[in-house]
Each structure stands twice: as C-alpha cells, then as structure tokens.
Design a protein around this ligand. Structure first.
Ligand code: FES
Ligand SMILES: [Fe+2]
Length: 408
C-alpha cells in the first residue's frame, strides 16, 4: 500500500510537468491528459493478493474487464514468461526451417525455427533487418534464409550473409544486421522460448521435469489428428482459474468425478508453477510408478502441471495433453490442445479419457463466469483454504508481475 502511494505521488509530479509542456497545444494537451488519466487509474488499482489465503480476496474484477490491463499483460506477463513452441520435430533435419507466430493475435511475434548444418536448432526473429519484411513464409529445407523483398541473405544461425547494392554503405554490416536470436530451452523434444527472458526457464519448469524425471519424454509422439483448438468466450485468466482448482469437479464433471478420488486430490505450489495431483478411484487406470518416484505407492491418475501464466501440462498414463491458453480479446480465448502419445494402449482411459466432454463442461461454466463477473454487484470473491490454493497462487503471481516494471 505504501509503495502504491509513493508510486502514485511520483506519477502525479511527473504528469504535471509533462502536461505543462503541452499547455499551448490544445489537441496534444487533451491526448496527454487522457494518457495520464489511464496510467493513474491503473496505478490506483491494487492487484496485491494477501499471501494468507484465509484472509485473501480474489483479484478485482477490473482485471477481467479493463482493456488497458489486457494490453499490459502482453509485456508484463506473456513476453516475460517462457512459452511453449512445439517439438524439435518441427525442424528435424539439417536445413529445415519452420516459421511460426508466438501467440497469434496477442504477442503476435513472427519467429522462425531453423536447424543449421552443425545440428543446432535456433529460434530467430523472422523479420528482415533491412525493412522488416517477413522472411520465411512456409516450412521447407534450405541452406540459408533469403528475404524476398530486396534479396538480403542470412545464415541459418541468423548471421547476415549478403545484400545486393550495399557496397557503398558505411559501417555495414554490423551486429544489428543479424537476425535476433532468441533463447531456447529444451526438455526432451519440447522447446520453449521467452521474448524478454528475465528469469531462467528452469525456474518455471524444473519441478515438472524433476517430478517426472523417470518418464521417457523423448518417446512421446505428437498426434495432430488428436489435437485441436477450442475458442472460449471468456477472458484468458478465467479459463486458467477454472483449471487451477479441482473444487468444481464433483459439481461440473460427473464423468471425471467417477474416476478421481476427490478426497485425495491435492495441490502443490512452486515458484512459477503448480501441480494438482489426481488420485485414481478404486481400480481406475493409474501410472505404474518407479521406486525412485516420490509418488511411488500412490495411485496417480493424472499430473496436472500449470506453468505461469498460460500453459497446462496434463500427464496421463497414455501420454501428455498440453493446453496453451492464448488471449484473443477481453471476451475471447483460444485454447490449443496438443496430444502427445507415449503408450497408445492406454489412450482414452481413466482420468485422461473423454477430454472433449470435460472441456465442454469447463467452457460452459467459464463462459457463465465471464457473463457474471461484469455485474455491477460483483467485485471480489474469497478462496476455499482447502480447495483453491492453485487459484490463489495464480492471482498472487498476476498481482506480483503486473506490479513489476518491464525492462526491454
Ligand atoms: S526488406 Fe528484406 S531485403 Fe529489404
Ligand atoms: Fe474442470
């Protein structure tokens, strides 16, 4: 609270100085005033969530209704976090390139995955350093990247190689003529990147990797025919919150409730991720855990890992369903379900069966919350201490990240 007030006071002093500059230009003055009003409004909204879940209130509803905050989440949450790109199979062989857009319609960052002749996989900005043209527009095998606009050529590691009609240009080429190379973190075949990585990827992913160290993740095969996108008419964070508590299972998912032992359902919190452990009921399908797993002896039906701010990794005895939550607007979210199979004979059994039905049940309730949260009569909620630790953790992370300044 004190920090918030100091920030507000500084903002007001700076803003008066800023406005003074435009005092004799009416149009610019009013534009500056509108900008300042928006920034003070955002500074006044506290998204601090009490660390004591028994005392805490949920995020203010403004988080779900403000365009300004929806935009702010781009740089403050999404660009700073680690995002799932796919698997190394996208650029499997030497010379393979694979263009992709990171969170299309939101971060909308054009990138290209390349596999150079030394066997290294790179993730590069897919934007020519001459005039910003998109370089690669389809996946193919090639020895270099050539921009189709004026012919600038780059190596597959992003280094500038050649450019016609540029002999006379002084101090050229330099580092800024190379394609920006992004950090890539790899777990098994899966690749992750961050546009503005300020924290090591391991801080986001290590608990999942350690907990499942015994899984042969290299053997997981992507099945595009079993993968699909869902469009949900709700704010992205409402979709995540619903995922983060098993509280609603008996009320919303009769099928899942029949195979999961609700009494033994548990949540574990880590720094930027958390785990919900689904225990199988009676003789329902569960993992055959090795002795060196810390869960050995438990009948684990599913590991539901959430990695902040928008990734879900659902491990079942048959393999993995990755859910990537992609904001589209304040009212719309795309969720990509990517299916990786490890043990085909167990596919569609136990907690990992009927996932489409579970998704429809979740969408219905999340879309209802989207309608309700806008009500004049709703502002905050409270948390169940025993059943909503994941949602509380998610809100705490949002509050912390939204309050942070962004270094570019
Ligand atoms: S924009 Fe790529 S060569 Fe001009
Ligand atoms: Fe659900």
């Amino acid at each position: 609270m004190v920090r918030q007030l100091i920030r507000l006071a500084c903002l007001m002093i700076l803003n008066v100085k800023f406005l003074f500059r435009y005092s004799n230009q009416p149009k610019a003055f009013f534009e500056a005033l509108a900008y300042i009003t928006a920034s003070i409004h955002s500074a006044m909204q506290s998204f601090h969530v009490d660390p004591d879940i028994a005392l805490a209130q949920t995020l203010s509803k403004e988080f779900y209704t403000s365009h300004h905050l929806f935009e702010a989440c781009k740089e403050k949450l999404f660009a700073r976090s680690w995002q799932f790109i796919g698997s190394t199979d996208l650029a499997k062989k030497t010379g393979d390139i694979y263009p992709l857009t990171l969170l299309p319609g939101y971060l909308d960052e054009p990138l290209v995955l390349t596999h150079d002749k030394t066997g290294v996989v790179h993730l590069l900005a897919n934007v020519c350093t001459h005039r910003g043209n998109i370089i690669a527009d389809h996946a193919c095998a090639t020895s270099h990247l050539r921009c189709k606009y004026h012919g600038r050529v780059f190596q597959l590691d992003g280094k500038f190689l050649s450019m016609p009609e540029f002999k006379e240009v002084k101090n050229f080429p330099s580092n800024i003529d190379d394609l920006k190379q992004l950090s890539v973190f790899r777990w098994g075949k899966w690749l992750f990147t961050s546009l503005n990585n300020q924290e090591n990827a391991a801080v986001f992913l290590q608990e999942m990797m350690q907990r499942l160290h015994w899984l042969p993740v290299h053997e997981f095969e992507f099945h595009p025919e079993l993968s699909k996108d869902f469009v949900v008419k709700a704010h992205w964070a409402l979709y995540c919150e619903n995922y983060l508590e098993g509280f609603h299972i008996p009320f919303v998912h009769a099928g899942l409730n029949a195979v999961i032992d609700f009494g033994n359902y548990s949540t574990e919190l880590f720094k930027w991720s958390n785990l919900q452990l689904g225990i199988a009921k009676d003789d329902e399908d569960c993992f055959d855990l090795p002795k060196d797993s810390i869960d050995a002896g438990k009948k684990v039906a599913a590991y539901y890992f959430f990695v902040f701010p928008n990734m879900m990794f659902n491990f079942y005895p048959w393999g993995l369903s990755v859910n990537i939550v992609q904001p589209i607007s304040l009212h719309e979210t795309k969720v990509s379900f990517l299916t990786y199979i490890w043990n085909e004979s167990k596919y569609n059994t136990g907690a990992g069966s009927g996932l489409d039905k579970v998704e429809m049940e979740d969408e219905e309730v999340v879309e209802n919350v989207q309608k309700g949260i806008r009500s004049r009569f709703y502002q905050h909620g409270r948390y169940s201490v025993t059943r909503e630790q994941g949602t509380h953790h998610f809100h705490r992370m949002i509050g912390e990240w939204i309050g942070k300044e962004v270094d570019r």
